[in-house]
Design a protein around this ligand. Structure first.
Ligand SMILES: Nc1ncnc2c1ncn2[C@@H]1O[C@H](COP(=O)(O)OP(=O)(O)OP(=O)(O)O)[C@@H](O)[C@H]1O
Ligand SMILES: CC(C)(CO)[C@@H](O)C(=O)NCCC(=O)O
Ligand SMILES: [K+]
Length: 249
């Protein structure tokens, strides 16, 4: 079996693949390593032969995860590393090592699924977009705050915006003008993201007309799926890219 980890800024997404990589044995999302330990212990007959991970956390935190895997399962995890090119995609950053590894893997995953022009949108703690030309050249992208950051900034820097996360979900039943604070903030932030996404689509159309694929991933992808009927909703896009970056030995 193969353990895969996607360590984002807020959550660690994990899954265990069957030995032939044909099916998913178990998966989940945790906040801290101890939770991951418990989740893995609960899997009957877990027998890990390989592990691979991508992390956008500090080198120290990433090293801790690698040590955790080595300590518990006796295997060396393959960590995705910055690269100039891989899987037909060329990194477009001035300094390729500065491109977030989650972004790099998402575009590797997208380009593998449809080698051609693509727009990749990842809606997590931060929201990112990346553009890949038909020949695999990464053109760069944009970064802006995601829903968790936007709502927390408002709650932190104002006196009278206060509500809990449970109320947040309920507020998104529609996008009509909010008639309570929670509705006004949550819907306002979703509209900000919609505007961002609209701008990305315009840029992509400017480059390629209708000849591109849009990929949507990240924990808040579903919030925007409706406005992008032609987009491929790909919750596992980073894992797809991880397999490209860290093929089994
Ligand atoms: N089952 C879930 N567990 C956690 N977050 C979820 C879940 N479903 C949706 N979300 C939403 O996903 C967002 C977090 O996104 P995601 O899990 O992609 O990234 P992250 O680890 O926080 O950040 P990133 O990977 O971008 O660094 C939160 O805003 C939360 O509202
Ligand atoms: C932008 C985030 C935080 C999104 O998870 C991550 O990709 C990251 O830390 N990137 C480094 C900066 C950059 O991509 O230019
Ligand atoms: K991510």
């Amino acid at each position: 079996m193969i353990l895969e980890l996607d360590c984002g800024n807020s959550f660690i997404k994990w899954r265990v693949l069957s030995p032939a990589q044909t099916g998913i044995v178990a998966f989940g999302s945790v906040g801290v390593m101890e939770e991951l330990e418990r989740a893995l212990q609960a899997i009957p007959a877990l027998a890990l032969a390989h592990a691979r991970l991508v992390s956008v956390r500090s080198d120290e935190e990433t090293a801790e995860l690698v040590a955790f895997i080595a300590g518990h399962f006796g295997i060396d995890a393959c960590c995705a590393r910055p690269e100039l090119s891989r899987g037909g995609v060329r990194n477009g950053y001035e300094d390729f090592a500065r491109l977030g590894l989650d972004r790099w893997l998402a575009i590797l995953g997208a380009y593998q699924q449809s080698p051609g022009a693509c727009l990749v949108l990842d809606l997590g703690t931060a929201v990112t977009s990346d553009f890949v030309a038909p020949d695999g050249q990464h053109l760069g992208g944009f970064i802006c705050p995601g829903m968790p950051l936007m709502r927390n900034q408002l709650r932190t820097h104002t006196r009278r915006i206060r509500y809990d996360d449970a109320a947040a979900l309920e507020a998104l039943v529609s996008l009509e003008p909010g008639r309570s604070t929670v509705e006004a903030v949550e819907r306002g932030c979703v509209l900000m993201l919609k505007g961002f996404v609209q701008a990305q689509l315009e840029i992509a159309r400017g480059y390629w007309g209708d000849g591109f694929e849009t990929y949507l991933t990240g924990g808040d992808a579903k919030l925007l799926a409706q406005m992008l009927p032609r987009a491929r909703l790909a919750p596992d896009l980073i894992f797809s890219g991880l397999a490209v970056a860290c093929p089994l030995p």
